[in-house]
Design a binder for this molecule. Structure first.
Ligand SMILES: Cc1cc2nc3c(=O)[nH]c(=O)nc-3n(C[C@H](O)[C@H](O)[C@H](O)COP(=O)(O)O)c2cc1C
Length: 185
């Protein structure tokens, strides 16, 4: 069983990376093989809705999303973490989510995988951010555990590490996601 975690922050070593890694530790404790993919420093452009999308099993945009498709296909579960930017997910996270359109056009390739969401912000917007990403997941056919999200209230670079509440919430999310993925398998 494999759980892949996506960190949608442009800040390498930021809170989202820390919390996604902690969620993956939770998943590992339930027997999962895990891998983190950070979007920081990656070139992932927005979907341009090519008329031929999905027809030859390949996205025509040649950027850093290409190797990620294979990792998503082999995953049993996907945890998406994002910082909150002006009340919602980062543009990096949105571009990543939109680019998975290819996988639905290839025949609902994400259907039946398990999903989980982490939203990190110093102030506000957690509910909208997680519910938007959970909507994305159900539209793509992922299945969600109860409490499919973890919220964290931290802002400064690396602060999540010292925030026990955030770390516990992320770890517990990873455990729930992996436990459901094991059942689904
Ligand atoms: C452009 C920008 C907009 C932000 N907007 C919000 C916001 O609306 N709500 C919030 O709680 N935090 C907001 N923040 C704070 C970040 O979400 C917070 O610093 C978070 O911990 C960053 O995660 P990272 O360390 O993984 O990059 C904003 C930060 C930036 C740079």
């Amino acid at each position: 069983m494999k759980v892949v975690g996506i960190s949608g922050s442009p800040r390498a070593g930021g809170n989202t990376e820390i919390l996604v890694a902690e969620a993956l530790e939770g998943a590992r404790s339930k027997g999962a093989e895990v891998e983190i993919i950070t979007l920081a420093g990656k070139d992932i452009r927005g979907c341009v809705a090519h008329a031929t999308c999905g027809k030859d099993g390949k996205c025509l945009i040649d950027d850093d999303m290409q190797p990620i498709y294979a990792k998503l296909l082999e995953a049993d579960a996907i945890i998406v973490g994002t910082p909150i930017y002006f009340g919602s997910m980062t543009s990096q996270t949105k571009a990543f989510l939109d680019r998975t359109y290819l996988l639905s056009k290839m025949g609902k390739k994400l259907e039946g995988k398990v999903g989980g969401v982490i939203a990190v912000g110093g102030r506000a917007g957690h509910e909208l951010t997680t519910s938007t990403i959970m909507d994305f997941m159900t539209l793509q056919g992922l299945v969600l555990p109860s409490y499919a999200f973890a919220h964290s209230n931290v802002r400064d670079l690396g602060a999540a590490k010292g925030d026990e509440k955030s770390m516990k919430a992320a770890r517990a999310l990873g455990e729930r996601v992996a436990a459901l993925a094991a059942k689904v398998r």
